[in-house]
Ligand binder design. Structure first.
Ligand code: ADP
Length: 259
């Protein structure tokens, strides 16, 4: 955060946005969107001007997680006005689509939609724009990395081998696209039973940190399987907006990123 690379002529990055950080994962369902929204809120609580772009075209979950449902206005038919929630300026492709209809788009349409969401949204002055990518290694990642000059990417994975396998592919893609990987986050790391305090490693434990070490990349932190995180995401107020151990964990993650 805080880097101010000069946009090239072809860049989609608005001049008022200082840095773009992409959040990616190899597999779906590992908590990439949960981490994106909570990190955005934690960075905003740390005093940063934060935007959150939900570019997960096939499964946009940020409207629900951030508790917004209004269709963004576009008074002149060109510039789209973003929405605001929990101190974060946000936009999601999900706000422009019928939530019950499946998206079946070809690559060029996807790229057009992504370009619009980055360069036609009135983001205003932002220190950082967090982009919640679709899982995997497809057209959206390619367009973002090649055209929007992201400062870097964060890869979220569970410690499970199959998730790690795909996370490695995501990291490899970022390397090929010359987008620095700023670090890895292990989500759903442990589960502490609220009844007896027993700690269980449902998806394994420590695999992401070991992977980070192997690849000589920063390990940004481990987040447990946590009922409040899930409930908060479903209710539209991310757990990072409240108080308690998970809000503290996200505040720490944000601090690590700011440094
Ligand atoms: P992805 O973006 O990788 O597809 P999501 O963020 O949508 O994943 O998370 C998938 C589901 O898992 C959601 O219902 C979310 O609330 C839940 N979830 C994510 N992280 C956690 C966690 N640490 N503890 C409990 N539930 C979680």
């Amino acid at each position: 955060i805080g880097g101010h690379p000069k946009p090239t002529q072809a860049s989609l990055k608005p001049a008022s946005v200082a840095s773009i950080i992409a959040i990616g994962s190899g597999k779906g369902g590992v908590g990439k969107s949960t981490v994106s929204s909570n990190l955005a809120v934690a960075l905003a609580r740390a005093g940063r001007r934060v935007g959150l772009l939900d570019a997960d075209i096939y499964g946009p979950s940020q409207p629900r997680m951030m508790g917004v449902s209004k269709r963004p206005a576009s008074p002149d038919g060109k510039i789209i006005e973003p929405l605001h929630a929990h101190g974060v300026t946000m936009m999601s492709i999900g706000l422009m689509l019928d939530p019950d209809k499946a998206v079946v788009w070809r690559g060029p349409m996807l790229m057009g939609a992504l370009q619009q969401m980055i360069s036609q949204v009135n983001w205003g002055d932002l220190d950082v724009l967090i982009v919640d990518l679709p899982p995997g290694t497809g057209d959206v990642q390619l367009t973002l990395c090649q055209k929007a000059e992201p400062t870097g990417a964060i890869v979220v994975s569970t410690p499970q081998d199959v998730a790690l396998l795909d996370a490695r592919k995501a990291m490899d893609m970022f390397k090929t696209l010359k987008t620095p990987v700023l670090g890895l986050i292990e989500n759903m790391s442990t589960y502490v039973c609220p009844e007896c305090g027993n700690e269980a490693h449902i998806f394994g434990h420590g695999g992401v940190e070991a992977e980070a070490k192997k690849m000589d990349l920063p390990f940004l932190g481990a987040l447990p399987i946590d009922l409040d995180t899930r409930l908060a995401g479903d209710s539209g107020t991310p757990v990072a907006a409240g108080s308690g151990p998970m809000a503290d964990a996200y505040a720490q993650l944000a601090e690590r990123l700011i440094k």
